[in-house]
Design a protein around this ligand. Sequence first.
Ligand code: SAM
Ligand code: DTB
Ligand code: SF4
Length: 338
Amino acid sequence: MKVAEQKVRGPVSRRVTHEAAEAGEERWSRDAVKALLNLPLPELMFRAQEVHRANHNPLHMELATLLSIKTGGCPEDCGYCPQSVHHETGVEATKMMTPDMVREAVLGAKAAGASRFCMGAAWRAPNDRDIEKVEALVRVVKEEGLEACCTLGMLSDGQAQRLADAGLDYYNHNLDTAPELYGDIISTRDYQDRLDTLDSVRHAGVKVCSGGIVGMGESRDQRAGLIAQLANLSPYPESVPINQLVKVPGTPLADEEDLDPLEFVRTVAVARITMPKAKVRLSAGRRQMDDSTQVLCFLAGANSIFYGDRLLVTGNADIEADQALLARAGMTTSQGHA
Ligand code: SAM
Ligand code: DTB
Ligand code: SF4
């Protein structure tokens, strides 16, 4: 089958395991993904462009704005994250935002041209009282006419259903890295917990947003392992954020070596080829990336960016700089030409 013809297919499985991929119940083997990552760059970019153009308007860029609705004080020990209580990063824990605070942020994002609004909370897993409050926040986003996304940690089936009933469009929960590296980065939950939450989200009828982080010291083979896991979800995620590690002082990964930017571009291209219809989002790390690398990522098939002055607690690329970059590249957003 030609890569451009790869389709989302097959029934939604109730329990996805990473052992299933290793047992061969998969569309994309790690070796096949690695073979794509190993292609000469001109060949890889051509293949990614073919798939991108067969499935999307290559000029269009989605703008998604993030808001941290409950910051810091998280009991998990994710090695990359400034919001964990296990790391001394100077991030102050806050209470959850009110619907009025969220509405103000949504109106700002809408005025700046965003079409998707993603609310993040520094929780291991919300409790049912938290979910009730988030339902009200989802309704605020929907009232203002934006797509609503949340990232709140692990969810039960019932919690995912309540968010679905409130109108949630997407739930973000990243696999973050390859299964065998996961335990070196996070010890307080495991890979299967992540897959189980994605399963609950999928079964509640909420679209899945799941991706990972590049630049945490992983090998090319391990980047292939992450992409194969995502691409073998059945169906694969509708939205795939590819984050470059933001090195925050005080986190265990603060001094990680810089990754060759072309490795990041390759990862985006392979996400595009293996998940043809997904929105592939060039996510965290754009502030630290030069314009040319970002444009290479657009050419490799990235068709969404986080847009707004902040990610969750760290700074993002400036809105004016993004508008200028999209205009220079001749690209459009849902508001028309940038
Ligand atoms: N607490 C929830 C969870 O972990 O699922 C939701 C928020 S959490 C901050 C969402 C995602 O942000 C993480 O899974 C990770 O992929 C990404 N992230 C966190 N810190 C990052 C960093 N320093 N650089 C890049 N991505 C990061
Ligand atoms: C995702 O994949 N990246 C976003 C979002 N989902 C929630 C978070 C990036 C966080 C970057 C570091 C920070 O500001 O906390
Ligand atoms: Fe907590 Fe999420 Fe940060 Fe992990 S990534 S420490 S779960 S906020």
